[in-house]
Write a protein that binds this ligand. Structure first.
Ligand SMILES: [Zn+2]
Ligand SMILES: [Zn+2]
Length: 391
């Protein structure tokens, strides 16, 4: 029982409901298809188990699957860690430096943000990830990032198996016309596959190869993005806050110097802050070690300044020149609008021609803003609006 409780955290079992969402269903299907096909292809057609190398290959494939699932489920079920409901700092005076969350009825501790999907304030929130149907934050940052590393490694191994299986099995049957390519296939020819490589097997292998290559590229890119922020002891949200801080200081020419408070000074120290041998990161998720020029509330004070600034700067009014139905990737608003949709799950505001928008920032194709409808609807929304022109 003790051993079991070490493996499974029973208090998180209610989190199993997180599996009922398109993200985990697709992610787990991809993992299942790639690992099952890689094992079937190896054992039956490419690398028989009665050879040493074949057995090692088989164990490696199992190993990837176990490690990937271990980190994936921990990222999902351990979760990011939530700020206790009704939380306030020990010293009541410190509340002036913090934002208040009306939903959690408490103050937002430094580095925390309220996630609308999880409906809680999340410790050191990085982003809400639909693939784990949970937030990536303080407690699961290491599990999540390990998953982002292991998935491309496992998928590359599987992709190699798929390519080699198809190559060795189809070598005798089809000609690619590459008469100059000579590979010694004598070792392969000695091995009699357990069954013929049929058309369905070929189709399934090709499909799995597509999934494996797609995952390697997409997830691999996410891994590098995550490592970039972890090595600076940042989160994706904090990178954005830092950017806005520089923009604010430049805009008002205040002469302030913004020092990011949580960078511990070296990449190795920042790395060790997130990745530990026990899997649990350092710190309680409420207080953080800070740079000598900063204090606990340096970042939250900057956030309050940005919030105040947003109120001033959001007075730019735009008028919608066309109707927009609120689609994520609208088909009728041009090629670039379609492909440049912001990569967030934040709601898009449907607009009718003539409606007025208060926009804070944006690109040529998409803007962040609020629609002026009524007092209640305007309150506390960060949303996107499309296609707006002042003319
Ligand atoms: Zn909250
Ligand atoms: Zn969330």
């Amino acid at each position: 029982m003790n051993f079991l409780s070490a493996l499974v955290r029973f208090e998180n079992l209610h989190e199993v409901r997180r599996l009922c969402h398109w993200g985990p269903i697709i992610a787990l299907s991809v993992i299942a298809i790639c690992s099952t096909m890689a094992i079937i292809d190896s054992v039956i057609w490419y690398w028989p188990l009665d050879t040493t190398a074949g057995s090692i290959n088989f164990l490696m494939l199992l190993n990837w699957t176990v490690l990937i699932l271990y980190n994936y489920f921990n990222a999902m079920f351990v979760g990011p860690g939530y700020i206790p409901l009704g939380w306030k700092p020990e010293n009541p005076k410190d509340t002036q430096f913090l934002q208040y969350c009306r939903i959690c009825q408490g103050y937002k501790a430094p580095r925390s943000h309220h996630c609308r999907k999880c409906n809680r304030c999340v410790m050191k929130m990085d982003h809400h990830c639909p693939w784990i149907n949970n937030c990536c934050g303080h407690l699961n940052h290491a599990y999540f990032t390990s998953f982002l590393l292991l998935a491309p490694l496992g998928c590359s191994h599987a992709a190699f198996i798929f390519v080699m299986t198809m190559y060795t099995q189809l070598y005798e049957r089809i000609s690619f016309g590459w008469s100059t390519v000579k590979i010694d296939m004598s070792a392969v020819r000695q091995f009699q596959p357990l069954m013929p490589f049929s058309v369905p097997a070929f189709a399934a292998t090709l499909f799995a190869l597509g999934l494996a290559l797609g995952t390697t590229i997409a997830v691999g890119m996410l891994f590098f993005i995550q490592m970039k922020v972890i090595l600076r002891n940042k989160t994706s949200i904090e990178s954005w806050i830092e950017e806005k801080a520089k923009d604010r200081i430049q805009h008002y020419q205040t002469g302030e110097e913004f020092v990011f408070p949580y960078d511990l000074g070296s990449r190795w120290l920042n790395f060790k802050h997130v990745f530990t041998l026990s899997g649990t990161p350092r710190g309680n998720g409420l207080e953080w070690p800070v740079h000598s020029k900063c204090h606990q509330y340096t970042l939250t004070i900057e956030q309050l300044k940005q919030k105040a600034d947003k109120r001033v700067r959001s007075q730019v009014q735009y008028q919608a020149v066309e109707d927009y139905n609120g689609a994520c990737c609208p088909l009728n608003k041009g090629f670039r609008t379609f492909f440049r949709t912001p990569c967030t799950e934040e709601p898009r505001i449907p607009l009718s021609k003539g409606e007025t928008i208060l926009a804070t920032r944006g690109t040529k194709w998409w803007m962040y803003g609020d629609k002026i409808v009524s007092e209640e609807e305007m309150r506390g929304k960060i949303i996107f609006a499309i296609l707006i022109s002042t003319s």
